[in-house]
Write a protein that binds this ligand. Structure first.
Ligand SMILES: Cc1cc2nc3c(=O)[nH]c(=O)nc-3n(C[C@H](O)[C@H](O)[C@H](O)COP(=O)(O)OP(=O)(O)OC[C@H]3O[C@@H](n4cnc5c(N)ncnc54)[C@H](O)[C@@H]3O)c2cc1C
Length: 382
């Protein structure tokens, strides 16, 4: 069997890339290892990614499906304010509010844009071989499939990234993250983050009556709370001022996810010939800027645009890597730096760093944030 494009992985980056390529008239098949790709909790889609989704024709569907964040509060865990931006300041700086959606809803919108039958679930790619005609992909059922070009959207453990780079080591970042959705109506002004020594909790509206939240703290690798994550969090954050303690109290046990956070070595090689990487496979980053998935969406719109412009696929892929690498590299660095500051040892140092961040002048902060996440921060190459 021979295909024009094979996308490996049906996460955010893979689905969006497939949708963007099909919109440009390409024939695409997506191979996904899992049989069930449903995922919980929410995700922040910043205006830069909404602009990328507009290129794919899906921006308004995502805007309509989520909650809108207009605040950017930073508070201490006793409820005192470290930063209290003027209403709408964030929206003015970014061009529009950021949108928070359930991950499952985002995946449905992206997958719903694909031609029926595009995704082959339960199909794991085990190896790639460059041939005279393109690429031969070996599958876990011992069959293979040929493609003119391959897009590796297979996440941090990417087989495609290893094909291009060899082994890419992972290292535990030293802290763990929880995410959840609470049945709680959040005051718009409180959307933002609450800090304490060695811990941070973020909270943003996911529509009128729901709040998406995330929390992180230092922890040994691979641990789970023996009494259950939610009872642990209720104790850990029970003494914090609202909205934090109320949000944890309004979360159902099935709505909580816990993941240890890892740094993966960056992929030096993003492309070779008709093979290219997008999303976490290319540029995994810590979650502190809320930009990992957003950059996957920027990748998708940019890659499809360049494929439509360039006379040959390898040239389009090289141009893509040259265009996207500088932007994503600076975001990888910045999110790692924020993570390190928030998790400094001893915890008093992290408290100092957190409190000091409240002293950065509002104008400086919003100007910088706009370079990362405003609609105008996403630009197609020409
Ligand atoms: C706590 C936390 C909070 C976050 N918050 C945000 C946020 O608010 N905003 C944001 O933009 N980002 C956020 N991120 C980052 C974001 O989740 C990721 O960057 C994004 O999901 C990566 O998408 P992806 O498609 O590149 O990779 P993945 O989601 O990892 O998808 C890869 C897919 O490839 C499949 N696959 C893997 N190997 C193979 C194979 N060999 N063959 C076939 N299929 C394969 C996998 O099954 C998977 O479905 C957060 C991350 C964390 C951990």
């Amino acid at each position: 069997m021979s295909e024009q494009f094979v996308v490996v992985g049906a996460g955010i980056a893979g689905l969006a890339t497939a949708a963007a390529l099909q919109r440009r008239g390409c024939s695409v098949t997506v191979l996904e290892a899992r049989t069930d790709t449903s995922s919980g909790a929410g995700i922040s889609i910043w205006p830069n990614a909404l602009a990328a989704l507009d290129e794919i024709g899906l921006g308004d569907a995502v805007r309509a499906a989520g909650g809108r964040v207009t605040g950017g509060a930073l508070r201490w865990y006793d409820g005192s304010w470290l930063r209290r931006p003027a209403t709408e300041r964030l929206t003015t700086a970014l061009g529009e509010p950021l949108v928070v959606v359930r991950r499952g809803t985002l995946a449905d919108i992206l997958a719903g844009a694909l031609t029926p039958g595009t995704i082959r679930f339960g199909t794991t790619v085990t190896a790639l071989l460059l041939t005279a005609e393109g690429v031969r992909l070996s599958l876990s059922d011992n069959s293979d499939i040929h493609a003119a070009a391959v897009v590796g959207a297979d996440g941090t453990h990417s087989v495609v990234a290893q094909h291009l780079n060899g082994t890419l080591p992972h290292r535990y970042a030293g802290y763990t993250a929880w995410r959840g959705v609470a049945r709680y109506r959040l005051d718009a002004e409180l959307a933002g983050e609450t800090l304490a020594p060695g811990a941070v909790v973020g909270h943003v509206p996911l529509g009128d009556d729901l709040t998406y939240w995330f929390a992180s703290e230092r922890a040994p690798e691979g641990r789970f709370a023996p009494e259950g994550e939610l009872p642990y969090l209720a104790t850990r954050f029970g003494g914090w001022a609202d909205p934090v303690s109320a949000i944890i109290g309004a979360t159902a046990p099935g709505e909580v996810l816990r993941n240890d956070l890892y740094d993966r070595a960056s992929a030096r090689q993003w492309t070779r010939g008709p093979v290219v990487l997008v999303g976490d496979a290319a540029h995994p980053m810590r979650p502190h800027l809320g930009q990992g998935g957003c950059q996957g969406l920027e990748d998708a719109a940019t890659l499809a645009f360049l494929v439509a412009q360039a006379p040959d696929i390898a040239g389009a892929f090289s141009h893509f890597a040259a265009t996207r690498r500088p932007r994503t590299t600076s975001l990888v660095r910045e999110s790692a730096l924020i993570g390190k500051l928030l998790n400094l040892r001893p915890a008093a140092l992290s408290a100092l760093a957190g409190r000091a961040s409240g002293l950065i002048p509002e104008a400086v902060l919003t100007r910088h944030l706009a370079t990362v996440a405003a609609g105008s921060a996403f630009r197609l190459p020409y």
